[in-house]
Design a protein around this ligand. Structure first.
Ligand SMILES: CC(C)(COP(=O)(O)OP(=O)(O)OC[C@H]1O[C@@H](n2cnc3c(N)ncnc32)[C@H](O)[C@@H]1OP(=O)(O)O)[C@@H](O)C(=O)NCCC(=O)NCCS
Length: 202
């Protein structure tokens, strides 16, 4: 499914005019991915999903092979965020449920040195529009720990609805953590989320 997916949008931020690009993650991203993750370990660890049971370590190559297979089957959208062509983070859509739900969950992270420039809201908007208008999904949800003020700002800027608190919903940084669920359905954003984000410009 769309092996050569590439979505690009202009972004004007406090440092000038830039381009945000989304593309599928690939095995060749390993070196840059590892370097960015290492440099941002303290920034990311408090918000990282962890396994509640012992889980085998998976190589990056195996991970990308499996996640790209899920993408081909229409079960995941594992995207890299590039800022002016440089790998700076990820937006991942997973847990796709079809049948009478047509729903999925989105997660994201970005390198600390480019945080605060509006890159993630735009990247999430681009991924949602792709899921709704190209994949035909109906609903996208985003689950956020109540303490994660920066991530709460992302869904606020995008106008996601707050669907309430899920107690001990996900295993994060070694323990079960409460999450607030935010969601949007395609009919709520007929012109797309990128357009709405640009119009709202919060
Ligand atoms: C959450 C996250 C993805 C937001 O990405 P982003 O591209 O910086 O998003 P924005 O530019 O819209 O900034 C969102 C908010 O982050 C805060 N912020 C801005 N710069 C920041 C910085 N350098 N450090 C910390 N927080 C910052 C601000 O409150 C900002 O809101 P504002 O625009 O109203 O000032 C990013 O902070 C991140 O990767 N955090 C660690 C991983 C994480 O929490 N992932 C999400 C799990 S649900």
């Amino acid at each position: 499914m769309f092996e050569h997916l590439r979505l690009a949008e202009p972004l004007r931020d406090s440092t000038g005019d830039h381009t945000v690009t989304l593309r599928l993650i690939a095995a060749s991203d390993e070196r840059r991915w590892a370097a960015v993750r290492l440099a941002n370990a303290q920034w990311l660890t408090p918000w990282e999903a962890t396994s509640p049971v012992p889980a085998p370590t998976v190589s990056f190559r195996s991970y990308t092979r499996e996640i790209r297979r899920l993408h081909r089957d229409g079960d995941a959208l594992p995207l890299v965020i590039e800022y002016d062509g440089e790998f700076v983070g990820q937006v991942s859509v997973s847990g796709v449920q079809r049948g009478s739900l047509l729903t999925a969950a989105a997660g994201y992270w970005i390198a600390q040195d480019v945080a605060g420039r509006g890159i993630t809201p735009l990247a999430v908007a681009m991924a949602c529009d792709h899921c709704w208008f190209t994949w035909g999904l109906h609903r996208i949800e985003i689950n956020i720990r109540p303490e994660n003020a920066a991530s709460l700002r992302v869904v606020q800027k995008l106008g996601f609805r707050d669907e309430g608190l899920r107690r001990a919903y996900m295993h994060i940084a070694g323990q079960w953590a409460d999450h607030r669920t935010f969601a949007l359905t395609a009919p709520e954003v007929p012109g797309g989320l990128v357009r709405r984000l640009r119009e709202r410009a919060l």
